[in-house]
Design a protein around this ligand. Structure first.
Ligand code: UD1
Length: 424
C-alpha cells in the first residue's frame, strides 16, 4: 500500500505550473477514434487513468504512445469495438468510449461500469441520449451491447446536466447524420475543451459552455494537434493547501475563471487573492474565518470535486461552515478521517457542519477516494506533527507528482509506494 508522510506546520511558498486536466483529457482521448486519424495531445497529465485510456485505445487496435506530457494516438487501424471488463474496471469513466465507438463503428460491447466510491453512479442518461440518436442498447450479464443502423441527429434533452452524458452525446452525435441539439447540457469547462478538440477533428459544433450544444456536420481531418486545458480541480487543491498551511503561492498557466467559485470562497475566508489573466496568487497567514454556506452544484456552481478540499481548509476557520453536497450521495467519506485530526464535523444526510478548532493534530489516516485523499493531505499540511496518509493510490489517479509539487513549495512530504499498512 502506498503511503504519504506529511509533517505539518510548514508554510508554502513559490510558483507552480498546473498539470493538464484529467477530466478533459479522457473524453478527448475517446474522441480521437471517431474517425481514423493521427492525434497529438499536449499537456497530458501522467496519471493511471490516462494510462488506462491508452490501454483501451491499444485494445481497440489503435496506436497510443507517450513521450513526457505528449500522447500520440493513431486510430486509423482501429479493428475492435469491445472493451473487456478488466479494462473497464481500471477507470470508471471509460464509459465515455461508448459514444465514440458507436460514432466510428456503429456497434459496441462494454462491460457495465458499475458504481464507485462516490455512490451508485448510474449511466441511464448516457444510454437515453444514445438511444435518442438511434442506438439499440441491451444489457445482459453485466455487459452492454449497442448497435445502430446509422445514427440520426436528434434533440436530446438531458433531465440533469450530467457531464459524462453530455460528452457521450457529443461524441456519438459526431457520427450521426443530420443535426443534433443537446439541451440542459453540462456547462463545465471540460465540455468546452472537448468542443475545441471536436472542431479540430472536423465537427461543426457550437454552444459548449452554455446549456444548448448543436452538432450539425462533420468533415473528417487526418492529422490534428491539441493542448489539453489545465486542471481546475488541481488548481483548487493548490489553493486549499496554501490556505490550510499558510504561505504565498502563484498558480501559473491557468484560467482563473474556471475555479473562481473556489477562489472567491477562500478570499471571503481571509486569504488574499491576486488574479491575472493566466495566473492566481494566494497569500494566507493560516488564520481563516468560516465562509458562507457551501452548496455543490453543476458548473458554474461550487464543484463537488472541491468540496472535500475546501472542507479540509475550513477545519481551523473561526466559526461554522455548512456544506451541502448535491451531486454525489456518498461524498463525505473523508469526514471520519478528518475527525482523527481533532476536527469538529457533524454530518446529517447531505449536510456537513464544520466548527472551527484551534489546532489540528497529526494522525494516521486513510484515503477513501481521489479528492477525499487530497483533502487529507490538505489538512495534514495545517496540522501539528507527522501525518501518515495510507492508500494514496486513489490520489495518484488524479494528481501528477502531487508530492513533488508540494515539495517544490517547501512542504515536508515524502512518498513511499511500498509501505505495508500497520493498524490505522
Ligand atoms: C464528472 C467528473 C467528476 C465530477 C462530476 C461532477 C469526469 C471523468 N468526472 O463525472 O470528477 O465530480 O463530473 O462534476 O469527468 N447521473 C445519473 N445518471 C447518469 C449520469 C449521472 O443519475 O446517467 C448522476 C450521477 O450519479 C451524479 C450526478 O448525476 O449523482 C452527476 O454526474 P455526472 O455529471 O454525470 O458526473 P460524471 O460525468 O460521472
Amino acid at each position: 500500500m502506498s503511503v504519504w508522510k506529511v509533517s505539518g506546520g510548514k508554510k508554502l511558498f513559490g510558483d507552480i505550473r498546473i498539470q493538464g486536466s484529467k477530466n478533459a483529457v479522457l473524453p478527448i482521448m475517446a474522441a480521437a477514434i471517431i474517425t481514423g486519424c493521427e492525434t497529438e495531445l499536449l499537456n497530458c497529465p501522467q496519471l493511471s487513468d490516462v494510462e488506462a485510456a491508452m490501454a483501451i485505445l491499444r485494445h481497440l487496435g489503435c496506436k497510443a504512445e507517450r513521450d513526457g506530457d505528449t500522447v500520440w494516438i493513431d486510430s486509423r487501424g482501429m479493428n475492435r469495438t469491445d472493451i473487456p471488463h478488466d479494462l473497464m474496471r481500471e477507470m470508471r469513466s471509460s464509459v465515455i468510449f461508448l459514444g465514440a465507438i458507436l460514432a466510428r463503428a456503429h456497434e459496441a460491447a462494454l462491460s457495465y461500469p458499475g458504481g464507485c466510491e462516490l455512490g451508485a453512479r448510474p449511466i441511464d442518461l448516457h444510454l437515453e441520449a444514445l438511444r435518442s440518436l438511434g442506438a439499440e442498447i441491451s444489457e445482459q450479464g453485466g455487459s452492454l451491447y449497442c448497435r445502430d443502423k446509422g445514427l440520426k441527429g436528434a434533440r436530446i434533452n438531458l433531465s440533469f446536466p450530467s457531464v459524462g452524458a453530455t460528452e457521450n452525446a457529443m461524441l456519438a452525435a459526431c457520427g450521426a447524420e443530420g443535426e443534433t441539439v443537446i439541451t440542459n447540457a453540462a456547462k463545465e469547462p471540460e465540455i468546452i475543451d472537448l468542443q475545441d478538440f471536436l472542431r479540430k477533428l472536423g465537427a461543426e459544433i457550437t454552444g459548449a459552455g452554455s446549456s444548448t450544444i448543436t452538432i450539425s456536420g462533420f468533415v473528417p481531418q487526418e492529422k490534428i494537434g491539441h493542448r489539453v486545458m489545465t486542471d481546475r480541480i488541481v488548481s483548487a487543491t493548490a489553493l486549499c493547501c496554501t490556505a490550510s498551511a499558510g504561505g504565498c503561492v502563484t498558480l501559473k498557466g491557468v484560467v482563473p475563471a474556471y475555479f473562481e467559485t473556489v477562489t472567491s470562497v477562500l478570499e471571503s475566508m481571509g486569504c488574499e487573492i491576486e488574479r491575472r489573466s493566466t495566473s492566481v496568487k494566494i497569500t494566507s497567514d493560516g488564520k481563516l474565518h468560516a465562509p458562507r454556506p457551501i452548496v455543490t452544484r453543476p458548473y458554474p456552481g461550487f464543484p463537488t470535486d472541491a468540496q472535500p478540499l475546501l472542507m479540509a481548509a475550513s477545519l481551523k476557520a473561526a466559526g461554522t461552515t455548512v456544506f451541502t453536497e448535491n451531486i454525489f450521495e456518498n461524498r463525505y467519506r473523508h469526514v471520519p478521517e478528518l475527525l482523527r485530526f481533532g476536527a469538529d464535523i457533524s454530518v446529517v444526510g447531505r449536510v456537513a457542519v464544520v466548527t472551527g478548532v484551534n489546532e489540528l493534530i497529526a494522525a494516521p489516516v486513510t484515503a477513501a477516494d481521489l479528492r477525499g485523499g487530497a483533502a487529507l493531505i490538505t489538512a495534514a499540511l495545517g496540522a501539528r506533527g507527522l501525518t501518515t496518509v495510507y492508500d494514496t493510490g486513489h490520489v495518484v489517479r488524479g494528481y501528477d507528482d502531487f508530492d513533488k509539487m508540494l515539495l517544490s513549495l517547501g512542504a515536508d512530504i515524502s512518498y513511499d509506494p511500498e509501505t505495508l499498512a500497520s493498524v490505522v
